[in-house]
Design a protein around this ligand. Structure first.
Ligand code: ASP
Length: 325
């Protein structure tokens, strides 16, 4: 018994020492469940830079574990060693995957420690540059003339672009051929090249392409118009006649379940410093994104928010009748 107690005490001391020295053992990895160069990757890389200093200058690397609409990367973190060195940056997919993907290999509510929300990002409906339509009215007429022939790119079942495309097809009562990619970065390359016709994607990926006129932009998915210079003239989907069409993508940061509490506290404190960093805020604003404030930076609040988002999207997705295995 004495021996056992000694072993337990030694173990606790080792854990404590480890948590105290965190994060000096090795670089921290933020897993992004989509391709490099895309919108989620962009948020993760900016966040990694802003979190580095409050974590004592540790290196923070991004691992793009892309595929299956974001579920491969999320699963990798759900199964990772809970030592604070592997984190997940994911978007609204945390709330839509449980309904959109039938056999999800992890549980969103019980396989992760929630660290807090990061930002809210609008989406834009964009098209290939050679598309004959120049505004939403002309796009709707073109879609009507091309029923059965339209290709819509997305980042796989469960992704934000999948959700938005689904809502778009539902609102139009028109099926399109969806082309899944490992992220909207490769989808964007094909859209610019004219291999696909349309995409609905976050402004963190589309703003610079819209600015450079490499794609055509038709609408934003927020309830109000945006103020970002390159996007401010775009109508909302509601103005374009789609009553109730509103989708905003949010991002959150997570650790594997079982990560020690003091490490989680350090990570949340660093997240809060990053979210108040003027440079990070400015970069995000330039891309149409809004960094979260106050309560949404809190782990418990973010967990409640994700649960509310699951409750919000699940009936909409079920009504649309779309699932992926
Ligand atoms: N925009 C992608 C999505 O549809 C995510 C990404 O590629 O980063 O969810």
């Amino acid at each position: 018994m004495k021996r056992l107690l000694f072993a337990v005490a030694a173990c606790a001391a080792a854990l404590g020492a480890h948590a105290q020295s965190y994060p000096t053992a090795k670089p921290i990895t933020i897993v992004v469940p989509f391709a490099a160069g895309g919108p989620t990757d962009r948020v993760a890389r900016d966040l990694a830079e802003a979190m580095r200093k409050p974590l004592g200058g540790v290196s923070i690397v991004v691992d793009n574990a892309a595929g299956a609409g974001g579920s491969i990367g999320a699963n990798k973190v759900a199964k990772a060693n809970p030592d604070g060195y592997t984190l997940l940056l994911h978007h609204i997919g945390m709330a839509t995957m449980p309904t959109l993907v039938r056999n999800l290999p992890f549980k969103v509510d019980s396989d992760f420690e929630y660290l807090g929300a990061v930002n809210d990002v609008p989406m834009t409906v964009i098209g290939r540059p050679s598309l004959p339509a120049n505004n939403m009215k002309e796009l709707l007429a073109w879609l009507n003339q091309n029923k059965g022939k339209v290709n819509l790119g997305n980042a796989g079942a469960g992704a934000a672009s999948h959700l938005c495309g689904l809502l778009f097809q539902n609102a139009l009562q028109q099926d399109m051929t969806t082309v899944p990619y490992k992220g909207t970065a490769p989808a964007m390359t094909d859209l610019i090249g004219g291999q696909i016709d349309l995409m609905c994607d976050q402004t963190t990926n589309t703003t610079s392409q819209i600015e450079a006129k490499k794609v055509k932009a038709f609408a934003v998915t927020t309830a109000k118009r945006l103020t970002t210079p390159a996007l401010k003239d775009l109508p909302t989907m509601q103005e374009a006649g789609f009553a109730g069409f509103e989708v905003t993508i949010w991002h959150g940061l997570y650790a594997p379940k079982g990560t020690p509490a003091d490490i989680l506290t350090k990570l949340n404190a660093a997240l809060k410093v990053a979210l108040k960093d003027a440079d990070f805020i400015k970069k995000q604003e330039g891309l149409g994104a809004v960094v979260v404030a106050d309560k949404r930076m809190e782990p418990a609040e973010h967990k409640k928010f994700v649960a509310a988002e699951i409750a919000k999207w699940s009936p909409i997705i079920k009504a649309a009748g779309v699932y992926a295995d």
